[in-house]
Design a binder for this molecule. Structure first.
Ligand code: GLA
Length: 659
């Protein structure tokens, strides 16, 4: 770190891969802490996150401070060479706060209070909550800022609350005044002429509250922006306090993947380390792809190495049915995260709880204890990570394809009055990423206003609302030689969610060779649209082409003979969601035309390959052994053996090959 620069993940890893997890020793007697340390060291754990939910322990009554146990734990960790990611405890206020200050409790859109007794029952807009949060943060930073165990700050936990109450209403009005300056501008942006919604005073504006029928889309969209911004304010307030005490210590707050309530592009700019919590379902046949998507997105937000803050060593406890990870899967998915740029592999939580709401959620040490399979696998993984760390930590990944994603477009497109409730943005995004993943193409994510020129191919699964600047960026990208592939419902609205004339921005229509977009034809659950060579799902469109260079047409039905896919120059438009193999093949062909190759040729199904720096990760997500062609001579860092041209991987096995 040089003067003026912010510290980053490298300042915490110092060449190692961080390994560990949330540690909640307040749930255990002190003897257990010593047992924990023994097991941690044996498993190669070098990092724990302390304090995430310890507010009522640290501040048992208003203004009191009980730092004794934390002092002991910080010292204990340091004495054993384990670094501490120290969390501010502000995600779960103590019961006294809600009791003495009901204004700190959030209110739902139908006017119900969220009470203490669970967690995350705080109003982001509450001045009282913010005051208490700042005070405990200040005291933690003052007390532990100089402690040698401290490696990183972890602010709050998975910021995810909403508030529709009165204090939030006042904050919403302030936020709107800042954005629009005049009521006329707000009325114009929200289209309040429709349904007699014109506001004559700022005081009349509320957060969305239980309506009789559909809500105003502009109001809902701005409320989502406001919520993300208010939570960000809570984060930056605490971050600035810890930074003042410890400018050299990096700061993070853990994201939930693809979380609807938080513009993570914007948030990532305010973090020194981007971290995420990732829990794919072990039973999901596409669990590994879900993991890859989140990992690609987090790496892109971090613009480099990132931190896997939480995963589960076994089952979670919040699905309908919660399955354990079969033997080998925890190692496989952890190494997948490292392959895709993680420099830290951590879990919720170290020791499985015996009490509390998450006692059936797995931990690194399960109820079965030291001899249990979970801990034994955790121990093996610790040794693996130590073995590969020198060759991978800090290394970057080069992607040939960027997938564009934007929360504001998602928020706008999610309005209840849309044409098909079957079109869920995350599903569409996943379908496109899946196609690229199955084609073995390495992908980054990007925001539509980012510099796209490093990528030969850019795909837009669906960006319903686009700013003028985004459209300019896409047009310039194609002009400069980039290949652009856009999916349906892209470029429909502007940033106020005002439909653009013609149902799609005119410049985009011209780019794709579309004269008129006559109608959208959403498809029912079991319905498909036959096209030349494949079937479309979910959606179809009645398009009159202008002058495309190439089309793939709908066959039969109302749209018979009309273009389903259009290409003009290097710009493609796909007006339906092709079935998975068809989308994979289409994107693979387009990428190949743009000079983007898969990581390895001829990879079997279920095998994933990723190049990180010099190192090639090969992961078998299948339950059967596979043979993979890996031309040349390599050294497998995990097994310490030479590999020439070909490799056999058993079920869930991984090779980490150095040339
Ligand atoms: C989240 C939280 C953790 C824990 C896990 C359970 O990621 O941050 O505290 O509740 O979920 O999966």
């Amino acid at each position: 770190m040089t003067a003026g620069e912010r510290p980053g993940l490298a300042d915490a890893t110092r060449g190692r891969l961080l390994y560990g997890g949330d540690y909640n020793p307040e749930q255990w007697p002190e003897e257990t802490w010593h047992e924990d340390v023994r097991l941690m060291k044996a498993a190669g754990v070098n990092s724990v996150t302390l304090g995430v939910f310890s507010w009522s322990t640290l501040e048992p009554e208003p203004g009191a401070r009980e730092f004794g146990p934390l002092d002991t734990l910080m010292d204990l960790m340091h004495a054993n060479g384990i670094g501490v990611v120290l969390a501010t405890p502000t995600a779960s206020p103590p019961p006294w706060m809600g009791r003495l200050h009901p204004d700190t409790l959030p209110v739902t859109e139908d006017g119900r209070t969220e009470w203490w007794g669970g967690r995350q029952h705080f109003s982001h807009s509450s001045a009282t909550y913010r005051r208490y949060a700042a005070a405990i943060t200040e005291d933690l930073a003052a007390r532990y800022g100089g402690h040698p165990a401290l490696t990183m700050w972890h602010i709050n936990n998975e910021y995810c609350t909403y508030d529709h109450g009165d204090e939030a209403a006042a904050a919403f009005r302030r936020w709107l005044r800042e954005r629009y300056r005049t009521l006329d501008a707000l009325n114009e942006a929200w289209g309040t002429a429709f349904w007699s919604q014109g506001y004559d005073t700022w005081d009349g504006i509320l957060p969305p509250r239980l309506p009789h029928y559909l809500r105003n889309p502009g109001q809902v969209l701005d409320f989502r922006r406001f919520t993300s911004d208010m939570l960000l304010e809570c984060y930056t307030a605490e971050r600035d306090i810890v930074r003042r005490h410890t400018p050299h210590i990096p700061v993070t707050s853990n994201f939930m993947p693809l979380w609807f309530g938080q513009d993570a592009w914007r948030w990532a700019e305010e973090e020194d380390v981007v971290s995420v919590d990732l829990y794919p379902d072990p039973r999901d046949p596409l669990g590994a792809q879900h993991g890859a998507l989140v990992q690609d997105m987090t790496r892109s937000q971090a613009r480099g190495p990132w931190m896997l803050m939480e995963q589960a060593a076994g089952p979670v406890n919040w699905r309908g049915v919660n399955h354990p990870k079969p033997r080998g899967m925890n190692r496989l998915w952890s190494l997948q995260a490292v392959a895709r740029g993680a420099d830290a592999v951590c879990y919720f939580q170290w020791r499985q709880s015996r009490q509390g709401a998450e006692k059936f959620h797995s931990g690194m040490v399960s109820h079965a204890g030291e001899d249990g399979r979970t801990y034994q696998e955790v121990k093996r993984l610790g040794a693996d990570l130590a073995r590969i760390a020198p060759e991978v930590t800090g290394r970057h990944i080069t992607a040939g394809v960027a997938v564009l994603h934007d929360w504001h477009a998602w928020w706008a497109g999610a309005h209840d009055g849309r044409l098909s409730s079957r079109v869920e943005y995350p599903d569409v995004l996943r379908a496109w990423h899946r196609a690229l993943w199955q084609a073995h193409l390495t992908t980054d994510f990007a925001h539509p206003e980012h510099d796209l020129t490093p990528y030969p191919v850019v795909v837009v699964p669906q960006l319903y609302a686009l700013t003028d600047a985004s459209i300019d960026n896409l047009l310039a990208y194609v002009r400069q030689g980039g290949t652009l592939v856009c999916g349906f419902l892209t470029g429909v609205a502007d940033e106020d969610d005002r439909v653009r004339p013609g149902g799609m921005d005119a410049r985009l229509r011209e780019l794709f060779g579309i004269r008129t977009l006559h109608e959208w034809w959403p498809l029912e659950a079991e319905e498909t649209a036959a096209c030349e060579g494949f079937r479309g799902t979910l959606w179809s469109e009645e398009i009159e082409p202008a002058d495309p260079d190439h089309t793939i047409r709908y066959k039969g039905g109302e749209l018979d003979g009309m273009p389903a896919v259009l290409r003009k120059g290097r710009a493609w438009y796909v007006s339906t969601l092709p079935e998975p193999e068809a989308l994979r093949d289409l994107l693979a062909r387009i990428a190949e035309g743009a000079g983007v190759r898969p990581v390895l040729d001829g990879l079997p199904e279920h095998v994933e390959a990723v190049r990180r720096g010099e190192v090639l990760f090969v992961l078998n997500h299948g339950r059967e052994p596979v043979t993979v062609e890996v031309p040349g001579t390599h050294h497998d860092l995990l097994t310490d053996t030479a590999v020439t041209d070909r490799l056999t991987l058993g079920r869930y096995e991984v090779a980490v090959l150095r040339p």
